[in-house]
Write a protein that binds this ligand. Structure first.
Ligand code: FES
Length: 310
């Protein structure tokens, strides 16, 4: 973790504040690539993940924070309290949503989900690759970075649903083939609609998604399972209703963790045996199918026992 200084704040749209962070002593900042995020330490010491939305290689790191009045308080603190010159704790850079090679890339952003996709679109435009971006929001006033999106030219299409209605999933995915990678960031409803449509066409493995909300954990909670920690020589019972991360940490085994909601990737742990019930939004479908790692904070066992590399 390092302390960075807030160099500037820009109201990018209604309720979305861009926070520009620099090293207070002018030291260099970590390299990053589109899709990367940092962890911001908020007022109560907990952390929130924010995608980087500036330009890689620049002199600052920029995040965009949507004011969630019904949230856990992190965004409210940023909007109401953080001011230029303040120091904030930042961890990272991490990237679980990196731009991969593909003959064609389709980017679909819902609202503030534009933040990781905008640097991707700018890089794709610079590199001359085949791509397009659909940016969906209720209306221009609440859609951050519209100027930068429009500067990308005709490959970037803005859909204001209050003006022209919601684009259909078929329209958003028109022409997608097994050669296309589809990156989606936004609310769960948007991601799930895209996922369903791709699945129906047998293209589910082309999806790369980043959620802004934690996955819904109200789904069926399987019973307890046994977790064997190979290196520590421990065998622990994980009861229904408790996470593997809680049980492992309680047993005195240190595991890196941040969000505890399956969205940041910090608690990624190697799996040596057993079948994982993946409940995170970090791993791709292919990575989940490989069954060789898991997010301990949310994922569980499909069978009675898992052996992990701890
Ligand atoms: S702590 Fe963030 S994915 Fe587990």
């Amino acid at each position: 973790m390092r302390e960075l200084m807030v160099r500037g704040l820009t109201l990018e749209s209604e309720g979305v504040l861009a926070v520009d962070l620099v090293d207070p002593a002018g030291a260099g900042l970590p390299d990053w690539a589109p899709g990367a995020h940092v962890d911001l330490v908020v007022s109560d010491g907990s952390v929130r993940q924010y995608s980087l939305c500036g330009t890689p290689g620049g002199q600052s790191l920029t995040i965009a924070v949507r004011h969630e009045t019904a949230g856990r308080g992190g965004s409210d603190w940023v909007h109401r309290t953080v001011r230029p010159g303040d120091r904030v704790g930042v961890r990272g850079v991490k990237n679980h949503f990196a731009l991969e090679d593909a003959p064609e890339v389709v980017l679909i952003a819902g609202g503030v989900g534009i933040t990781p996709l905008l640097p991707m679109a700018e890089e794709l435009a610079r590199s001359g690759r085949t791509w397009r971006l659909a940016y969906v929001g209720r209306g221009a006033a609440g859609m951050p970075f519209l100027g930068r999106v429009r500067a990308l030219g005709p490959a970037a299409v803005v859909h204001e649903t209050a003006v022209s209605g919601r684009p259909s999933t078929e329209d958003l995915l028109a022409g997608v083939t097994s050669q296309t990678l589809v990156y989606v960031c936004g609310p769960a409803s948007l991601i799930e609609a895209v996922e369903k449509a791709l699945d129906a066409d047998g293209l589910g493995d082309r999806l790369r998604a980043e959620y802004f909300e934690a996955p819904d954990l109200e789904v069926a909670e399987p019973g307890s399972f046994t977790l064997k920690l190979e290196r520590s020589g421990l065998e622990l019972a994980v009861p229904a209703g408790r996470s593997a991360l809680e049980v492992v940490t309680e047993a005195g085994v240190e595991v890196l963790s941040d969000c505890e909601e399956g969205i940041c990737g910090s608690c990624d742990t190697r799996v040596l045996a057993g079948e994982v019930d993946h409940r995170d939004h970090v791993l791709t479908r292919t990575e989940k199918a490989a069954n060789n790692c898991m997010m301990l904070c949310v994922s569980r066992a499909l069978g009675p026992r898992l052996v992990i590399d701890l």
